[in-house]
Design a binder for this molecule. Structure first.
Ligand code: CA
Ligand code: CA
Length: 230
């Protein structure tokens, strides 16, 4: 017969292991991620002239997926367009998840640019973590993708640690002009998800199953006490 503390320890260890191993991945948290609304709805232009295109800005460069994609547009050397997600409002993550220190963010996107040599115009994504007041905590960029030989290439970054205290994420497309007068880099199919560690139902069952045994162990120990020394 195991002692009561031992039973509790086993139950808690099993629960802790399950917490660390079980994960839930959210759906895409972005609005209009592949420009399929045909405009920049959901997005805010921060700099330059980013726009939505359907294969006319540079004939021959067509969307990776669907009818539209995003492009840096004319003139400006750096095009930035972003959207900020209120994470808890998505209903897919809680403050407890965000403050557990175990939630991570995953970014992926597709890039193509006009062939203007190396480097051609290219693109990356910046992720910015904000606290409850919308104040900056930290940010991270993906590697830059420069795919200018007539095909699309995927980029991104997985398992970015979400800082404790994060309540908003700003997702920014960065279009970089490196050649000519136009910003001929394109992005399509943006994806932002969170990976959240959660306890499995089986872990709860194990823990709850351990509690009656704990009670039984305590009762047996009490029953073994010598008589007359209550
Ligand atoms: Ca698209
Ligand atoms: Ca250019």
């Amino acid at each position: 017969m195991r002692s009561a503390p031992a039973i509790l320890a086993v139950a808690l260890c099993a629960w802790g292991a399950a917490v660390a191993s079980a994960q839930v991945v959210t759906t895409n948290l972005l609005t209009n991620p592949g420009a399929e609304s045909g405009n920049l709805s959901g997005w805010t232009v921060i700099s330059g002239n980013p726009m939505v295109d359907s294969g006319t800005f540079n004939p021959g460069i067509n969307p990776f997926n669907g009818t539209f994609d995003f492009t840096g547009g004319s003139a400006n050397p750096l095009g930035q367009v972003s959207q900020t997600i209120d994470l808890i409002a998505t209903g897919q993550v809680t403050a407890l998840d965000l403050d557990a220190g175990t939630t991570t963010a995953n970014v992926s996107f597709w890039e193509q640019g006009l062939n203007q040599g190396s480097p051609s115009d290219n693109a990356a994504i910046k992720i910015t973590f904000l606290d409850f007041a919308g104040s900056f905590i930290s940010s991270q960029n993906t590697a830059t993708v420069d795919s200018h030989l007539g095909s699309w290439t995927s980029g991104g970054l997985n398992s970015i640690a979400v800082p404790v205290g994060t309540r908003y994420i700003t997702y920014t497309m960065l279009f970089q002009r490196n050649a000519g007068s136009d910003n001929d880099s394109y992005i399509d199919d943006n994806l932002l998800t969170l990976t959240i560690a959660v306890p499995e139902p089986a872990a709860y069952a194990l823990l709850l199953g351990g509690l009656p045994l704990l009670g039984l162990g305590l009762r047996r120990r009490l029953n073994r006490r010598p008589a007359g020394r209550g």
